[in-house]
Write a protein that binds this ligand. Sequence first.
Ligand SMILES: C[S@@+](CC[C@H](N)C(=O)[O-])C[C@H]1O[C@@H](n2cnc3c(N)ncnc32)[C@H](O)[C@@H]1O
Length: 296
Amino acid sequence: MNGRSYHKYFGDEKNYMPTDDREQDRMDIHHQLILRILNEELHKAPVENPRSVLDVGTGTGAWAIDMADKWPRAKVTGIDLSPIQPKWVPPNCIFEVDDVEREWTDNNDAFDFIHFRNVAQGITEWDYVLSEAYRCLEPGGFVELSETGAMAYCDDGTMSATNATKYYCDLIARAMTLVNRPPITSGVLPARLRAAGFVDIHSFELKQPFGVWAKEERLKLAGRCLLEQAETLFHSYGMAAFTRILGMDDEEADQICREGCEAASDPNTHIYSIHYISYGRKPRPGENVENWDDGR
Ligand SMILES: C[S@@+](CC[C@H](N)C(=O)[O-])C[C@H]1O[C@@H](n2cnc3c(N)ncnc32)[C@H](O)[C@@H]1O
């Protein structure tokens, strides 16, 4: 569709983003970008010597591969709707095709760390998915939700109310809300973890600059990574959402994606989005979970 390849096996509406080579390259660049904003860490949860790790919606498996390299004694399993992962991977890393919203066949306590990153546009049934994550985590194990929000922000007034990047982001939010997969905003991830029974919840909101305007070197690099993938990014998130959900024709959708991308590249506008991370722990047997103060 619109010159790109999309997932089909579990249904057209499962993943509104392409899965072709361009999108795979983009995911790999985005992996580098997130490493920069996380100060080269792979996650925020205090995971040490994991035994069994699950990466949900692994994409090209870049995170799972890095995790397997970092912890050679751990078994790292990446699952995704589409088999787009490389074949040459560390021996402790495996990939499976699966839909996380379908029945989980894993045993209770199968994992000690479950990681979800940038899968919000592919999941509706969060209550079910997180209840299964809870069941399949061993007591004391961590789950981490890590999502780039789709809204455009600016602190210094350089983004006008009619800015094309802002317009694009607002339309993405409208489309994804219509299919019950609203973009993540402040407080959403910890609320999901709390509702699923996790405790010891910690949350982070990290700025992801559009372009190289940030002063701090690592954020400048992150912004450069964003521009590097921008052309693909805007079309990957936008085309199917605008045509299939909002009913636009290809030309109108393409124009909004192109103009959104161009405006994001303007060095005089200081736009950023927020990358939200929340992690929580499955309580240990007998632990009093009544009065957990998770900094709400
Ligand atoms: C934007 S990519 C992110 C890839 C990877 N997590 C990363 O951060 O580099 C989203 C991935 O989630 C996968 N996905 C979306 N919905 C899914 C579902 N219901 N079950 C399994 N994978 C899903 C897509 O196929 C896609 O590869």
